[in-house]
Design a protein around this ligand. Sequence first.
Ligand SMILES: Nc1nc2c(c(=O)[nH]1)N[C@H]1C(S)=C(S)[C@@H](COP(=O)(O)O)O[C@H]1N2
Ligand SMILES: [Mo]
Length: 439
Amino acid sequence: MNRRKGSGYTPPFEQVAGNGLLHRRALLGGGLMLAGAVSSGASLTSADAEPLTIPEWTLEPGEVTPVLQTPSPYEKNVVRILSNPKGDPRTQHARAPLQMLNGTITPNPLHFTILHSGIPDIDPAQHRFIIHGMVRQALEYTVDDLLRYPMVTRKHFVECGGNSAPMFSDVPIQATVQQIHGLSSCAEWTGVPVSTILDEAGIDPRAKWMVAEGADSLLVSRSCPLKKGYEDAMIALYQNGERLMPGNGYPMRLLLPGYEGNMNTKFLRRLYITDQPAMTFYETRNYSPLLPDGKAYRFYFINEVKSFITQPSFGSTLKKPGYYEISGLAYSGTGRIERVRVTADGGKSWADAALEGPISPKAFTRFVMPWRWDGQPAVISSRAWDDSGEVQPLRADFVAVRGQTKRPVTNSNAFPNNHYNSLTAWGIESSGEIKHVYM
Ligand SMILES: Nc1nc2c(c(=O)[nH]1)N[C@H]1C(S)=C(S)[C@@H](COP(=O)(O)O)O[C@H]1N2
Ligand SMILES: [Mo]
């Protein structure tokens, strides 16, 4: 950005859209700090006097170093929310605290999980993975076998098809980002490309599908077009540099970048190559989004382009008028995030947010937007575009196609739907309190 060249230079406080949205170039080079827009540091009274006292923790040497680090005890609230903390065997959801994190990588202990029959205790030395069906040669692999194959490392999100489902409600739901969007996470995965295994087994040219099966007690299974296997599918063995977390599929999982979470079979033990989909429970009953006319999608693979503001958001409060950085996440199952626009006046005007790079395809992308809040009611929201031409739909357009659910909730209308990717809006009141609103 040639900020200083010629007459085109504009000061960093240029307001670019209604209600105090500032040009994203204000984020560059500390312009905001220098101009005193950020005034959270308290002024020291005297330059000469020693301004620091010696706190308790500086008086003596600290703790002994543990072999495995865990976060500071002061961060003990940064945990996942469990759907069934008592641990009965039904499907367990653990939602990631996305509004308390920054950057684009979800730390392994906080990565969301969905487990339809608990976490199996798999001995990697005993685990076997096989490929068979319409192949020239059925093959069996141990974990050690796979660890010797050439691997690739890619940053990708995984998102449950049921993520954001509370947003199908026809009235706003007062809930945190974690409660609404916490069934989504992003990691750097390392593993063996599925194409390597397909080539090694020799696929019958008439084959069209691969049915993946997990080693958990329900043998959670999903059909996936073989084409995806040749594109970017991976048998992941590492998650953010270390071996997979038990809840995320240890010792190996299928990773289908951009395809709905359920298809990313954990505890992978089989790829069955066939010419037709298996029509398993999870592709015919669960994860078949219903349409208002009672029909359902037969398959719905892709997690479409989505974004939401993580800060400020429900559960936090703006203490006083002034400068804030609006920050959030954008991602798309169809490509690389190309643009995120933010509004502070309920959608009347929008401006481009800054995107933190490098931007990876089918991965979380962090956007930030400088904002000066004048203390008046405001409605903030974000909208994302990807490089395949997809755009996050406005709510009215989304609801017209996909429908919405009448509140209050009864058991029968809980959240019968999947794949919500429309906007999330936060209403800021003059008190600084933040509510979930629709715009
Ligand atoms: N074997 C097996 N694979 C599974 C599941 C499961 O319960 N068992 N849950 C699926 C669902 S519903 C989702 S959304 C993703 C979640 O992946 P994560 O738990 O690693 O975040 O895993 C999928 N793969
Ligand atoms: Mo899921």
